[in-house]
Write a protein that binds this ligand. Structure first.
Ligand code: NOJ
Length: 503
């Protein structure tokens, strides 16, 4: 009995001293978003968000015809969420604020007492446990009241967002020191206005998505500038956004595919990053040129991609304190053959660029059809970002693995996380990329947008049929707790190989 323990202990000591350690100031977190977990969709004076309306108008937009009226019940059970975050040993918990919960009209004329109380409780309870709140201002649940005025297609949205941001900084900025303005603008612009699969479901491919893209860049920038001007001095926090980056590689080594991939990266990464992080600002020139040419060929006088004025370029450029991004997957790129339909996904931009994005057969599949595993892509992406935008501090704001069944022993998720964390370590140690933190999506199963409750990303499992909605820890939660505790990947992994005295 003692022998085994001694062996285990010495193994542990040796391995902790190994090369797999994270820098001492590296931070580990986990994430959720308001609409996906809160429920209480019409509690108190909360008004409907575009997702409430989208689903209520047509429940069949969600694969299992479910909705997020209750979701994980986090609005009422925030204490349980803090307990889980504590059990995991998180350094920070990333959650989002529901715009219509805090500002029922979408404007700052009325601040909800219910909303303030809920977020104050959550923030204070996290801080009491030593867990930092990382707060996303917009994770897709726009107040319907603002959608009725055009939402992301109305240029005034950037002013509405600036005002909303100001309210959040003044209410919570004394305690929240890391802010993310927008979550995945590429997804809310593309899926809402290109394919129409996300709320508000207004497909206008090749136009709406580009208008939304421009307005989103301005909204982010104005929110950052308000902080910089009015709050940074007294609050001393940091503001950026959480982009979605899909790593892209050429399908073949042909110069045509290599060129197509360079352009595709500007489309999928650059359109939401170049205006903010590049030294010149503005749209990636190659995309601006191609869309203008295509628009002309279509007989239009104006490009479908609205330009920025020089003043707008300056307003947006440099509006970051770090670079945040969500990473899940990768695609192979090839130049589309003439006449080939590139499909609705990834983007109307694929049609503009005549490119095709496909999955590589060698990449492991998951239960989400869009999510193929390519961890090496994360390291390559980190290096690409450093080359493209410079040596900026990076926060990985999401990374996670999907299953379509309830399963407590989720080894596949453990492997996915481990492989991605290995690539993060290589990027830090070998390539000297300044990755400062990693966020596991998600803390517990939740409402996965159009996939409803059929896809699960949680470190904790939730049985949505059980009215108590009590999450159960999965193997991946134990694994992650160990990573955080040891601040290393090199520990005696009892999560997959439990040694007990009986052995
Ligand atoms: C990224 C989104 O931010 C999040 O809301 C979503 O649940 C995950 N991807 C998984 O699809």
């Amino acid at each position: 009995m003692w022998g085994l323990k001694a062996v285990a202990t010495s193994l542990l000591v040796c391995s902790v001293l190994g090369a797999q350690n994270f820098p001492p100031d590296f931070k580990f977190g986990s994430a959720s978003s308001a609409y996906q977990v809160e429920g209480a969709w019409n509690y108190g004076d909360k008004t409907p968000s575009i997702w409430d309306v989208f689903i209520k108008n047509d429940p069949s937009v969600i694969i299992d015809h479910s909705n997020a009226d209750i979701a994980c019940n986090s609005f009422h059970d925030w204490e349980r969420d803090v307990e889980i975050a504590t059990e995991l040993g998180l350094d920070y918990y990333r959650f989002s604020i529901s715009w219509p919960r805090i500002l029922p009209t979408g404007k700052q004329d009325r601040i909800s007492e219910y909303g303030m109380k809920y977020y104050n409780n959550l923030i204070d309870a996290l801080l009491e446990k030593g867990i930092k709140p990382v707060v996303t201002m917009y994770h897709w649940d726009l107040p319907q009241a603002l959608q009725d005025w055009g939402g992301w297609l109305n240029p005034l949205i950037s002013d509405w967002f600036e005002n909303y941001a100001r309210v959040l900084y003044s209410l919570f900025g004394d305690r929240v020191k890391t802010w993310l303005t927008l979550n995945e603008p590429i997804i809310f612009c593309e899926l809402s206005f290109n394919t129409g699969k996300h709320a508000p479901g207004l497909a206008s491919a090749g136009e709406g998505n580009y208008i939304c893209n421009k307005n989103a860049m301005l909204a982010h920038a104005k929110a950052w500038r308000v902080y910089d001007k009015e709050f940074r001095g007294k609050q001393g926090g940091k503001v950026s956004l959480a982009n979605q980056y899909i790593w892209l590689e050429p399908r073949t080594n042909s110069p045509i595919d290599v060129e197509a991939t360079k352009n595709a990266r500007q489309l999928m990464i650059g359109m939401y990053s170049h205006p903010i992080f590049s030294k010149d600002g503005g749209w990636p020139p190659v995309i601006e040129r191609i869309v203008a040419e295509k628009s002309k060929e279509e007989g239009r006088f104006l490009s479908r991609l609205p330009g920025f004025t020089q003043e707008e370029i300056e307003v947006i450029k440099g509006t970051y304190d770090f670079l945040g991004f969500n990473f899940y997957t990768a695609r192979a790129v090839n130049k589309a053959e003439d006449g080939v339909d590139v499909g609705e996904w990834p983007l109307s931009g694929s049609k503009d660029l005549d490119i095709q994005l496909t999955m590589n057969d060698e990449w492991n599949k998951t239960d989400a059809e869009w999510l193929v595993e390519y961890p090496v892509g994360l390291r390559r992406l980190l290096n690409w970002l450093k080359n493209e935008y410079g040596d900026i501090d990076i926060l990985i704001t999401e990374n996670g693995y999907a299953t379509n069944k309830t399963i407590i022993d989720d080894q596949a998720r453990v492997n996915y996380m481990k492989k991605h964390l290995e690539q993060v370590l290589l990027a830090i140690n070998e390539d000297k990329v300044k990755v400062r933190g990693y966020t596991a999506w998600s803390m517990m199963d939740n409402f996965e947008w159009c996939d409803g409750y059929s896809l699960r990303f949680g470190l904790y499992e939730v049985d949505f049929k059980d009215p108590k909605l009590k999450p159960k820890p999965r193997t991946s939660s134990h694994y992650y707790t160990n990573v955080i505790k040891h601040r290393s990947l090199d520990f005696d992994d009892t999560t997959s190989n439990i040694i007990t005295d009986e052995l």
